[in-house]
Design a protein around this ligand. Structure first.
Ligand code: XLS
Ligand code: NI
Ligand code: NI
Length: 430
């Protein structure tokens, strides 16, 4: 038996998260398939641009890369079990570090994924999604699928192929493309058209390969407007959807929406979720929170109940996620103990649980829906219904306008009334 890492840390007591509690007739645990991000929780130790690591994530391992990789897996499964997390997400190189050759790296990945698979079998913990880290190695400095170099592109393909093998081996529900370096620093040196075409070709090849090895899940694009690149091609949900449709990838892909990426793009999280949902592409969520005073991806654990409520409102309205809620989040640099990791997940899980409870209450209350019904009533009968049926012409509408004389002004949008309802439900009822 390996060592226990977290034995001394008291099991967190959840205030709202109760997987068995029924919300809108479904257990909370089914509404909220939470996942641990391997990279942050087992990898990030607080290094930033100005300072060294503040936490110790060596997990007592000594004597080489594979020892550490296994210690991380041990710690990760112990952590997930203690918290009741049922899923994890990974990049290929989170599991084991890159070696000198592709063959050696793949050997390492085979070994560690065998090890992880055993732990999955023993615990029932599953894989939400996998991905390839196509941003760390210097070879990807100009992008992976969008690199200027065809040779670099081949390396990216090799990594995606192996990451798909791993995702299938571990039974992942999804496979993510987050194009951190797919973008540019300056258009002076960038053939944007060629780069975008190449990214699409790479995704097509990934779909073809994935399906050929039995991957039945969804591929996801995770939009982000910038960072590390000055401009990222998958800027936001609308941009990614347009791209997927233009290349016929929309049947195989959905979106993985990250809260912090939404606000970096100048949108609310709710906006990005709505855009994905109305296009039938809301797949999965990277559940974190940004800092609106900072222009980068701070990846904080979510604590803003107003935001988790509106997010869960969108998720419930969309009929749930085929993916899940991945805490792509890390403790703040000065929160450098194992205990902080438990507080962080308890914070995130409770924030989403409370958000779910409140979103369900908003739906059951019915006043928001009732107002929406009333607001758009003119589209359900008469001229509105005729327009909606698609058979109208501009000429006929112009005639109709003339016959109206002076049209009545539209009704009030009643924003403050609606915001009062949200506050009432958030703060006056449990
Ligand atoms: C970075 C992204 C990354 C993806 C996975 O901003 O959020 O962590 O989720 O590559
Ligand atoms: Ni993310
Ligand atoms: Ni991010």
């Amino acid at each position: 038996m390996h060592m226990e890492y977290f034995k001394k840390i008291p099991k967190p007591v959840f205030r709202y998260y109760d997987p068995a509690r029924l919300v809108l007739g479904k257990p909370m645990g089914e509404h909220l398939p939470f996942a641990m991000a391997w990279w942050h929780n087992l990898g990030s130790a607080g290094r930033d641009m100005f300072g060294a690591e503040t936490a110790d994530k060596s997990f007592g391992a000594r004597g080489g890369a594979m020892k550490l990789a296994k210690a991380k897996a041990d710690a990760g499964f112990e952590f997930m079990e203690r918290l009741g997390l049922r899923y994890f997400c990974f990049h290929d190189l989170d599991l084991a570090p890159e070696a000198d050759t592709i063959a050696e790296t793949n050997e390492r990945l085979d070994e560690i994924s065998d090890y992880i698979l055993e732990k999955m079998k023993a615990t029932g913990i599953r894989c939400l999604w996998g991905t390839a880290n196509l941003f760390n190695n210097p070879r990807y400095m100009n992008g992976a699928g969008s690199s200027d170099s065809a040779e670099v592109y081949c390396f990216a393909a090799a990594q995606i192929k192996k990451a798909l093998d791993l995702t299938v081996k571990l039974g992942g529900r999804g496979y993510v493309f987050w194009g951190g370096r797919e973008g540019y620093e300056t258009l002076l040196n960038t053939d944007m058209k060629l780069e975008l075409e190449n990214v699409a070709l790479l995704m097509r090849m990934a779909v073809a390969y994935g399906r050929s090895i039995g991957f039945k899940g969804d591929f996801y694009i995770e939009p982000k407007p910038k960072e590390p690149m000055k401009h990222q091609y998958d800027f936001d949900a609308a941009t990614a959807i347009g791209f997927l449709r233009a290349w016929g990838l929309d049947k195989d892909f959905k979106l993985n929406i990250e809260a912090n990426h939404a606000t970096l793009a100048g949108h609310t999280f709710q906006h990005e979720l709505r855009v994905a949902a109305i296009n039938g592409m809301l797949g999965s969520i990277d559940a974190n929170q940004g800092d609106l005073l900072l222009g980068w991806d701070t990846d904080e654990f979510p604590c803003d109940i107003y935001e988790t409520t509106l997010a869960m409102y969108e998720v419930l309205k969309a009929g749930g996620l085929s993916g899940g809620f991945n805490f792509d989040a890390k403790t703040r640099r000065p929160s450098n103990t194992f205990e902080d990791m438990f507080h962080a997940f308890a914070l995130g899980m409770d924030s989403y649980a409370l958000g779910l409870i409140k979103a369900a209450a908003l739906i059951e209350d019915g006043r928001l829906d009732a107002f929406m019904q009333e607001r758009y009533a003119s589209w359900r009968s008469g001229i509105g219904a005729e327009i909606r049926s698609g058979g109208m012409t501009l000429e006929r509408l112009a005639e109709r306008a003339e016959s109206l004389g002076r049209p009545a002004p539209p009704e009030s949008g009643r924003q403050e009334y609606l915001q009062r309802i949200v506050n009432e439900i958030l703060f006056e009822r449990a």
